[in-house]
Design a protein around this ligand. Structure first.
Ligand SMILES: Cc1cc2nc3c(=O)[nH]c(=O)nc-3n(C[C@H](O)[C@H](O)[C@H](O)COP(=O)(O)OP(=O)(O)OC[C@H]3O[C@@H](n4cnc5c(N)ncnc54)[C@H](O)[C@@H]3O)c2cc1C
Length: 473
């Protein structure tokens, strides 16, 4: 058994993805600021930190296998970057049009659309993706009484407001591309609560967005995505380097969490055990639910579904795209016959990341309810994706390199009842383990920004629960 330092309190962070690293960083920062006698232990099952953030850097290419950028309306990541001395490395994408593939045709998403929802009615009227009857039906949103805003499926709510055609050909492809989910399963309140608020306040979703009642603003489809000059892993390295107060265990898995007198005991897969005062569980929810000695404690979390997706990055020679195409990428309507769900032209969006003589296309595969494609071999996946790129962008040559990255059960789905499920699990956990907290993309938001907010909040809560009586926080 690893020794416990008598005077110090010890907090363990389980999981070294962006959530766990941020949690450890803010534990350290608060401990320093408030002179708390704290020891931090971060335990990561794999031999590398970063979790889903995986940047490949080779021969002047910077290719992100997983997430490639973030929207940071609340400047959470910018603030963290400043604290880590990384602010000079922040860069924005080159703005450009997003297209949607409907049947065999690629058409630009009407200017001003937010998550596919039209807000500039003239550009919407000119769009060739939607029939005239579909356009008229969509504008009914301006006339209909406010919809019932009780929690319901996002798809059901959107269809009531805008009709079938706009949802299928515009909104669903963008929303599914963003949340990797089935809009008919996702909860309106958990996925896009601002739409319900806009509808209630302004009697119309379109009018609500036009009045600015939507936190994503136009940046969702335009230019406020950011990353770091050398890739997202820069954030991971900088966080790791900053953790001088923490002990890091890589390649060590936590197998069980139990109680030992007034401590929490972590049993590791290397047969060691560590007694700690507090824990932040920053693993995916499937792993978190299996960690506790009382196995049924977090059973409710197993009802949170998670989708499997893969990214397929292909490097081609400079002139490979034969279609005249002025977009930065496209999303795909589920009515079309394509297997890819979205494609980004990385060399246009992030020109700093790709040498001039090449183009790089990052395609996504794996639709909610039809994820078997991700199980194909790399060669088979390459063939399927190439077929789609041939049909959409008229690419006739083989890629110089293909990088397939699979993310199994990696995209938690916030379905109807999600909030209740999470609240119940957290309540049960707090009752059994008052100094243990859950954090990560399974609970209050899936984006990198959400993960950082979640890690920071967990750090404050755990410190408060441990030190409150002595330090009156
Ligand atoms: C393909 C893809 C593209 C995405 N694109 C974007 C994007 O562009 N922008 C955006 O904002 N978000 C994006 N996301 C979402 C975002 O990447 C994730 O929500 C975020 O990275 C999750 O971070 P995390 O730290 O919570 O979890 P993870 O990154 O999954 O980290 C959890 C860690 O816990 C470890 N672990 C698990 N069990 C144990 C155990 N028992 N003991 C010790 N360690 C354990 C794992 O090894 C892992 O390293 C994308 C996600 C995917 C999959």
């Amino acid at each position: 058994m690893i020794d416990v330092t008598e005077q110090k309190r010890r907090v363990a962070v389980i999981g070294g993805g962006i959530t766990g690293l941020t949690a450890a960083f803010y534990l350290q920062q608060q401990a320093k600021n408030q002179k708390l006698p704290l020891e931090i232990v971060l335990i990561e099952a794999s031999h590398r930190l970063g979790g889903k953030i995986q940047t490949l850097r080779k021969d002047n290419f910077i290719i992100e296998r997983g997430p490639d950028s973030f929207l940071d309306q609340e400047q959470v990541i910018e603030e963290l970057a400043k604290q880590l001395g990384l602010e000079d490395q922040l860069i924005s994408d080159v703005p450009g049009k997003t297209y949607v593939a409907v049947n065999k045709q690629l058409s630009p998403i009407p200017e001003g659309s937010i998550l596919g929802i039209p807000t500039k009615m003239i550009s919407f009227a000119k769009s060739d993706i939607i029939s005239w009857s579909g356009k008229v039906r969509a504008t009914c949103d301006l006339l209909l009484p406010p919809s019932n805003v009780k929690d319901q499926s996002l798809g059901g709510f959107l269809r009531k407001r805008f009709g079938e055609e706009v949802v299928e050909n515009l909104i669903e492809p963008v929303v599914s591309g963003t949340y990797s989910g089935d809009i008919d399963q996702l909860s309106l309140h958990e996925t896009l609560p601002n739409l319900a608020e806009a509808c209630l306040k302004y009697r119309s979703v379109i009018r609500g967005i036009q009045k600015g009642n939507f936190h994503l603003k136009e940046g969702t489809l335009k230019s406020t995505f950011k990353t770091f000059e050398h890739g997202l892993e820069s954030l991971i390295y900088a966080l790791e380097k900053s953790l001088e107060m923490a002990i890091l265990y890589k390649g060590v898995r936590v197998k069980k969490i139990s109680k030992m007198q007034d401590k929490v005991l972590l049993l590791l897969n290397n047969q060691n055990s560590i007694p700690v005062d507090g824990v932040i569980v920053a693993t995916p929810h499937q792993a978190a639910s299996k960690l506790f000695e009382h196995e049924e404690l977090l059973n409710g979390l197993l009802d949170i579904p998670a989708n499997t997706i893969a990214t397929v990055s292909m490097i081609f020679s400079q002139n490979a795209i034969k279609k005249k195409f002025d977009g930065n990428g496209f999303v795909v309507s589920r009515n079309s016959d394509y297997s890819i769900t979205a494609c980004s032209l990385i060399h246009k969006k992030w020109p700093h990341a790709i040498p001039k003589e090449y183009v790089v296309l990052k395609s996504y595969i794996g639709r909610s309810g039809d994820e078997s494609i991700v199980e194909l071999s790399d060669n088979e996946i390459e063939k399927v994706v190439l077929q789609d790129l041939h049909s959409t962008l008229k690419i006739n040559e083989k890629p110089i390199t293909t990088i397939v990255s699979r993310f199994k059960k990696a995209m938690p789905q916030y379905t109807i009842g999600h909030r209740k499920r999470v609240d119940q699990a957290k309540k049960a956990l707090h009752a059994a383990y008052p100094t243990v907290r859950l954090a990560g993309n399974s609970y209050e938001g899936i984006s990198l920004t959400d993960c950082i907010i979640s890690g920071k909040k967990a750090a404050t809560e755990v410190l408060t629960s441990i030190f409150q009586t002595e330090l009156y926080l």
